[in-house]
Design a protein around this ligand. Sequence first.
Ligand code: GSH
Length: 214
Amino acid sequence: MTDVVLYDYWRSSASYRVRIALALKGIEYQSVSINLLTGDHKSNAYHDTNPQGLVPALKIDGHTLTQSLAIIQYLDNTRPEVSLIPANALDRQRVHALSHAIAMEIHPICNLSVAQHVGNLVTETDSETTKKQWMQHYINRGLQSVEALLDDGQSGDFCHGNAPGLIDCCLVPQVYNARRWGCDLSELSLICAIDQRCDQLDAFVAAHPDKHKI
Ligand SMILES: N[C@@H](CCC(=O)N[C@@H](CS)C(=O)NCC(=O)O)C(=O)O
């Protein structure tokens, strides 16, 4: 049995990114579900694993790693056979810029605790509508910028060239999340085409939240 352990929540975009990267690289792992809805991530036991109280965390090579993008970077450095981040400095810059546009611009303001706080600032009757408006506003705005950044002639079948990589690991979970909140993706033709291509690959299918539902 593998000793790689992913502390995971099925609907977490950040966990979903790492699930895709692990699958693309063919790394087997055990999954430990940290249920965000029942507050498993706030327990002392989980804080011993990740003091930030966030998923994912990955135990690998005798270390416990946190932060999805840093985890994927580590996997790419230590298991380079399937490359997710290019070696060339300018390509690498683009890949990080686009990944950050999703993981550091859209994701943090649409996190579970942020959405819950927004919902708590208004009356109970308005709570769900306000949360939905918040999510749609920030996801739409963020994905429109990502669409414009992708439209620079350097995207191919996937976000950077013709093989899936770090940006796709970030994009597909964000698109899943956008659909979950009912965002209108009809103007985002590049994003939708890449998302559809990823959908055809076994690694993306294996990492899909529906396969990890608890
Ligand atoms: N920047 C972190 C974000 C991790 C993160 O925010 N995870 C979310 C789930 S997608 C979480 O654990 N949220 C718990 C909360 O908001 O309380 C990463 O990329 O790993």
